[in-house]
Design a protein around this ligand. Structure first.
Ligand code: M6R
Length: 369
């Protein structure tokens, strides 16, 4: 049932082109317009929404953070992301005009379920982004947008994460389409690009040998940092979470811009630092800013492992290792940049002789608060 792979996690990483492709399937018509009849929420109701709150835990919450950047940019509707367990007991500002989007692979996470129930009590419209048919959270929500990642067995979430991001993109682009005008035109263009992503993930998965090697040589590493900016920031945190869960290594993800506000003090000779670099076409000179972060940490002796787009030569002088990802537009990059981080955690865990599919102290779904 592992389809020839040594572990479920590895199989699930290699399933990712399908997880994304299948989550896109059937959600556009022949003209390329998004169709989400399955939501069974009227356009009028959705048009009434003036604020979106995403509630989720762990990796699903990082998918929500990626969604925030994308949905705000595409729709200009304010989006906030709150960890489900923090939402429930924080007197959240949510009302009849709020859309609360929960994200959960299992659909059984108690913290997320409690948040959804609370949001409904407050009068919000609730949509569940979920991978498991017939599970509790979709049943307790007004509507559900299923991710089609297929069953995820490994405790560490991989393909469900990519499918969650994809479903959130679909939702955001649908809301943009409802807004009409240039919002709708832009949404169509992004959707077209999104359809090209599964093939790019496939291509990327074919180039992971060096990542495996890097991991193998790092079995004794005690601490690893991850830096990213904009949509790369949640990806940095996801890279760190994978490493904690699977290799039991101290790992932290930071927003690259935060470096000089504290974390740069951690940099010492030999410390491995992964940097998720925004594509050179990212707005606001983000690419240049992150390249100069790499330069700063390299100057302090960090071992820089840089995830950069194909063709980005600016990173080369400051990188000890460059891991290439195919080009795509800035907001879609997370679907590619996270892949090498997953592969890295998988192989580092394997190099340490650990059980990749069943890390210690963790359960696949957390059904208690
Ligand atoms: O089933 P859910 O998506 O609600 O689970 C949420 C988190 O518990 C989950 O993503 C967890 O962080 C994973 N073990 C991460 O790999």
């Amino acid at each position: 049932e592992k389809g020839g792979y040594a572990t479920f996690m590895e199989k699930e990483i290699f399933d990712q082109p399908h997880a994304v492709g299948d989550t896109l399937l059937g959600r556009t018509d022949e003209s390329g317009a998004l169709v989400l009849d399955e939501l069974r929420i009227s356009e009028e109701q959705l048009g009434n929404v003036d604020r979106i709150t995403v509630v989720a835990c762990g990796t699903a919450a990082y998918a929500g953070m990626v969604a925030k950047y994308a949905i705000e940019h595409w729709t200009r509707i304010p989006v906030e992301v709150t960890l489900a367990h923090e939402f429930r007991y924080s007197d959240p500002i949510v009302n009849e005009r709020s859309l609360v989007v929960s994200i959960s692979q299992s659909g059984e996470t108690m913290d997320t379920l409690m948040a959804v129930k609370h949001a409904r009590e407050l009068g919000a419209l609730t949509i569940s982004v979920c991978n498991t048919h017939g599970s509790t959270i979709p049943r307790e929500s007004d509507a559900v947008l299923y991710t089609h990642a297929g069953p995820e067995i490994a405790v560490a979430s991989t393909k469900a994460f990519l499918a969650q991001i994809t479903a959130c993109y679909v939702l955001g682009l649908y809301l943009a389409q409802l807004r009409g005008g240039t919002f709708a035109d832009d949404a169509q263009a992004v959707m077209k690009e999104l359809h090209e992503v599964p093939a790019k993930i496939e291509e990327l998965l074919g180039t992971m040998d060096r990542v495996q090697e890097i991991a193998r040589f790092m079995a004794d590493t005690r601490s690893v940092l991850f830096l990213g900016r904009n949509v790369g920031f949640p990806i940095a945190m996801e890279g760190a979470l994978k490493l904690k869960e699977l290799a039991y290594i101290h790992a932290e993800g930071f927003a690259a811009g935060e470096l000089k506000h504290g974390p740069i003090a951690l940099i010492e000779p030999g410390l491995p630092v992964f940097v998720v670099v925004p594509g050179p076409d990212s707005p606001h000179d983000l690419h240049k800013k992150v390249v100069s972060n790499i330069q700063e940490i390299r100057a302090r002796g960090a071992r820089t492992i840089v995830i950069a787009q194909e063709g980005d030569e600016d990173v080369v002088p400051f990188a000890d290792e460059v891991i290439r990802v195919p080009q795509t537009s800035p907001l879609l990059q997370p679907l590619l940049t996270v892949v090498p981080l997953q592969v890295f955690a998988l192989h580092l865990s394997t190099a340490k002789g650990l059980d990749v599919d069943q890390p210690r102290n963790l359960a696949k779904s957390v059904t208690v608060e």
